[in-house]
Design a protein around this ligand. Structure first.
Ligand code: PGA
Length: 251
């Protein structure tokens, strides 16, 4: 199974949710699981449209609270996300790590809270330019993967780890297949060493960072990576469809 996650970030598709969903009626390849991750207020509309149009898509959130309920103004619990139709939730996106104080321990607690509610956490890891230049990428990836582990992950139906090098996000410069494969092997190695148990066998690795219709076929060839987390290009349904097609196994 491959995964294609459309991370709209704090944006909406130009033509609106309805037209966007209407354009996705041909995403029926059963080998690619497509996840639409709109901002919170548009989760229900996206869910309703996808049900109405019988789209083969999942709904995902871009963040969740580590808490189940209580006095946490502005937060949204995994339970609420599940109620809004979500089956996936992104945790620890680098934009949240950089701007919203998302530390490794918080990412750990959020992934655990999501898993306990039966959501599939998409745990983002990746190095910035200076870490890459100083040759510390492997250590950084190991640290982030290890820190995300908790036994609670065993409760999740699946787990995705997204390799998202910061220098490739929103820059138009994607990581090369060789770099993605290398990072993928470091992630697998870190999971094997520090996760153990059931979670490691049901974890898949995906790549994010300037994925586009132009590079999706080439990047799909990377053996140890099972799909993409797409930001900018996912805002246009036509581009998402092209990426989806490029990912389909060749016959
Ligand atoms: P991008 O974003 O595809 O625009 O580089 C990826 C992401 O951050 O999810």
């Amino acid at each position: 199974m491959k995964y294609l996650v459309a991370n709209w970030k704090m944006n909406l598709p130009q033509k609106g949710v309805r037209d966007y969903c209407a354009a996705l009626t041909s995403t029926s390849d059963p080998g690619v699981r497509t996840v639409l991750a709109p901002p919170f207020p548009f989760l229900v509309e996206t869910r309703d449209e996808s049900v109405r149009l019988r789209l083969h898509v999942d709904i995902g959130a871009q963040n969740c609270s580590e808490h189940a309920d209580g006095a946490h103004t502005g937060e949204v619990s995994p339970e609420m996300l599940a109620g809004a139709g979500c089956t996936f939730v992104i945790v620890g996106h680098s934009e949240r790590r950089a701007h919203e104080g998302e530390t490794d321990p918080r990412v750990n607690r959020k992934a655990a809270a999501a898993a306990m509610r039966g959501l599939i956490p998409i745990i983002c890891v990746g190095e910035d330019q200076s870490v890459r230049e100083s040759g510390e990428t492997r250590g950084k990836i190991h640290q982030q993967v290890e820190a995300a582990w908790s036994e609670a992950l065993d409760a999740a139906p699946e787990v995705l780890v997204a390799y998202e090098p910061l220098w490739a996000i929103g820059t138009g410069v994607h990581a090369t297949p060789d770099l993605i494969a290398e990072a993928g092997s470091w992630i697998s190695e870190a999971i094997e060493q520090s996760w153990g148990g059931k979670a490691s066998t049901k974890t898949k690795i995906i790549y994010g960072g300037s994925v586009s219709p132009e590079n999706a076929a080439e990047l799909s060839e990377v053996g140890n990576v099972s799909g993409f987390l797409v930001g900018g290009a996912s805002l246009e349904a036509e581009k998402l469809l092209k990426i989806h097609k490029a990912m389909a196994p060749r016959h």
